[in-house]
Design a protein around this ligand. Structure first.
Ligand code: UDX
Length: 440
């Protein structure tokens, strides 16, 4: 099967590499010639574990190629995946669909023979209808079926998620697309990977509903964490205690500094706008958006109060900047509002992140970047764990204590045990657990 992927961003590149690995002949297309050149030279535009090797192997075996020329790739394809960005539109939070519609117009001009056009980008309900309308308007003779096939990939685990999905959701309106999509995912299908065929609008909504539900779970446990701190309970035990109930499930119940990334913030906002636009206000989703936004600045206040309200002139060492570990992605990371709020209060900020410092430099203000965790905390008045990279779990805590000017740790990801930190002589605060103060 021949497949074209439009857009070599995160989703497009992972999808292209994995589909090539399934044995399909895949051409990844991007408008940006610099990006294509880098990919042809084997350089990845993003950090994702395993991706570079997967791309190299499939390029070598001639199943995967890159080009800036959309038309030839689309002309030859049995299925064309649209994996372009759908950022939040400035001002109103609706998803910006200009790239999706632009791709539809270009596909329309180039398409030849029966072709399935697959929307992989996260798009609001009804976008598939509009993509189909645009293609038919541009090329009334085009023989196409427009399908919705949302992705559920987690950054840092995207290849694993693609190859071992909980489910593959495919929204179709034209029965001919069913066989083509079953063939695209045949290796998974043969392994009983569940293919779920639905109507196209239903499939589009499943993606938003899944992300909003997960975002709600996180926000729920974050609010429980606030309550735990006030009443002297332990949020990790609360999460464990409720998560063992199979109806609730134990995943996505880690309290922290609020969700970030390229999906949850944007998708919850877009779903909220869709609801409002249809006269069905989604009050729960609206609350999640508001609570999560407020949480990120509340984390800066938590740090300030660990200094009894005054951080002016103090040096604060941030460990981790990305929105989660195993990525270099800074999008909507809690570290951004935290850094700006602390700078505003007169603190000096140092930071170390295993992968994210190049991206961080583009979005953060005055930060003193260090090349290791130990260098970052050396002489600082506090260390703050912002992202739970494994290397922070493995730090030599005796050395950490010796290096810090004051043995103060604010752990926004609960990666250490309070009792142990007290025993080691730290002033230690975490999220939704009792603060310990060895000095008191
Ligand atoms: C998410 C979805 O998981 C994925 O299915 C979708 O396709 C894209 O969005 P991603 O954004 O890569 O993936 O990361 P994820 O691991 O889901 O984490 C999202 C955010 O929630 C991060 O900021 C993370 O720190 C936070 N989170 C997650 C928590 O605070 N607590 C949790 O229990 C889980």
């Amino acid at each position: 099967m021949r497949i074209a992927i439009i857009g070599t961003g995160y989703v497009g590149l992972v999808t292209g590499a994995c589909l090539a690995d399934f044995g399909h002949v895949v051409t990844c297309v991007d408008k940006d010639p610099v990006k294509i050149e880098a990919l042809l030279a084997g350089r990845m535009p993003i950090y994702e574990p395993g991706l570079e090797d997967l791309v190299a192997r499939n390029v070598r075996e001639a199943r995967l190629s890159f080009t800036a020329e959309l038309a030839p790739a689309v002309r030859e394809a049995d299925a064309v995946f649209v994996a372009v960005g759908t950022p939040s539109r400035r001002g109103d939070g609706h998803a910006d669909l200009s790239y999706v519609y632009g791709a539809a117009r270009e596909i329309a001009v180039a398409v030849a023979g029966f072709t399935v056009v697959v929307t992989k980008s996260t798009v609001p309900v009804g976008t598939g209808d509009e993509v189909e309308r645009i293609i038919r308007e541009t090329r009334p003779d085009a023989d196409i079926a427009v399908v919705s096939n949302p992705e559920f990939l987690r950054e840092g685990a995207a290849i694993e998620d693609f190859k071992r999905p909980d489910r593959i959701v495919i929204g179709i309106e034209d029965e001919r697309a069913r066989a083509v999509m079953a063939e695209v995912y045949r290796p998974l299908y043969l392994n009983q990977g569940p293919l779920l065929f639905t109507q196209r609008r239903t499939s589009e909504l499943i993606k938003y509903a899944a992300n909003a539900f997960l975002a709600t779970k996180i926000t729920f446990i974050n609010e429980m964490a606030d309550l735990c701190e006030k009443v002297g309970a332990n949020v990790q035990d609360v999460a464990h205690g409720i998560g063992l109930d199979k109806r609730i499930g134990s995943k996505f119940l880690h309290a922290g500094p609020g969700f970030g990334g390229s999906c949850f913030p944007k998708d919850t906002l877009a779903l909220m706008r869709t609801g409002q636009g249809h006269g069905v206000p989604l009050r729960l989703v609206e609350a999640v958006v508001g609570v999560n936004d407020a949480r990120k600045t509340a984390m800066a206040r938590k740090i300030v109060s660990a200094f009894d309200g005054d951080v002016s002139g103090r040096t604060i060492a941030l460990l981790g900047l990305t929105f989660k570990p195993n990525t270099d992605d800074m999008r909507e990371s809690p570290s951004i509002p935290i850094v700006y709020a602390l700078l505003d209060k007169g603190a000096r900020i140092r930071a170390y992140d295993p992968q994210g410092m190049d991206e961080a430099r583009k979005v953060l203000g005055e930060v003193d970047y260090r090349s290791s965790a130990y260098d970052c905390i050396d002489g600082a008045d506090a260390a703050v764990i912002v992202t739970e990279w494994d290397e922070f779990r493995a730090l030599d805590l005796d050395r950490v204590k010796r290096l810090l000017a004051e043995p103060r740790i604010i752990d926004l990801r609960n990666i250490y045990r309070p009792e142990e930190m007290a025993r080691r002589g730290f002033r230690y605060e975490s999220v939704g657990r009792r603060a310990v103060n060895a000095g008191a």
